[in-house]
Design a protein around this ligand. Structure first.
Ligand code: BTN
Length: 245
């Protein structure tokens, strides 16, 4: 990963750039990095604020030999890689809010947007889009309650390149392990260990209504298993899950 790094001053979205380059044959493991995004994208159709100078906005193009249903495992893996990378460089106790918001305490320090191009049987490519708030000194009032940066948490600024390198290194080693197959249970265990949504009361949207329950497990394909207050165990595979209390 990262043998081919494309660093841009400005782009609409590094995920969009990665997808364009994927169509033109960019190799597995290519990384697209931008100082600033003019149309940064978040999950669930949201926008992602991507100003110049303080963030690490990048996308990794992967061409894995997987079927579409196996892709969620890559999403879990990406979250673990970011947590490990952040911990190793900054010492901050980064954790995961399901599915893969990286949080420190209760505030989000990094978001991950996974996109893929696939036919029914075959994945053509996966784009892992990762946005890390590295050296932001302060957030606007409406974000300050929910967002944080490595600098705010650790009290000092970090070289962005060191964090990027650490995350890419962890991602590469996790992907190699996952390929070996045998390590998948360990990866899932690490994910569960890092996941702050587990064994917590959660709110979520289900069957067209807002509901609550207890998050009890994460399935091998990355779904959050919830015991609903209304009764019954369900698997949630997308959308917003709010940790309560
Ligand atoms: C989220 O938490 O909603 C996901 C945010 C993902 C943001 C990153 S920044 C780099 C890449 N390019 C994008 O347009 N989005 C992702």
């Amino acid at each position: 990963i990262g043998k081919n790094i494309v660093a841009l001053q400005e782009v609409d979205s590094t995920n969009e750039e990665a997808k364009r380059q994927a169509q033109c044959g960019a190799p597995d493991g290519s990384v697209f990095l931008a100082e600033r995004q003019t149309g940064g994208k978040g999950r669930l159709g949201r926008t992602w604020e991507s100003p110049a100078g303080t963030g690490i906005w990048f996308s990794v193009l992967l061409r894995p030999s997987l079927v579409p249903s196996e892709i969620s495992s890559i999403t879990l893996l990406a979250g673990i890689a970011v947590c490990r990378g952040i911990r190793s460089v900054t010492g901050c106790a980064a954790k995961l809010k399901w599915p893969n918001d990286v949080v420190i305490g209760s505030r989000k320090v990094c978001g991950i947007l996974t996109e893929m191009a696939a036919e029914i049987e075959r994945v053509e490519y996966v784009v892992l889009g990762i946005g890390i708030n590295a050296n932001t000194e302060a957030f606007p009032a409406k974000l300050a309650e929910k967002a944080t940066s490595l600098r705010i948490e650790a009290g000092s600024a970090f070289p962005r390149a060191a964090i990027l390198r650490a995350v890419l290194k962890e991602l590469e080693s996790l992907l190699l392990n996952a390929k070996a197959g045998s390590a998948f249970q360990e990866i899932l265990d690490e994910y569960k260990f890092l996941c702050v949504s587990l064994n917590r009361r959660v709110g979520f949207f289900w069957n067209g209504e807002q509901q609550t329950g207890m998050a009890v497990d994460v399935s091998p394909s990355g779904e959050l298993i919830v015991e609903r207050d209304g009764g019954g165990r369900i698997s949630i595979n997308a959308g917003e899950v709010v940790v309560q209390g």
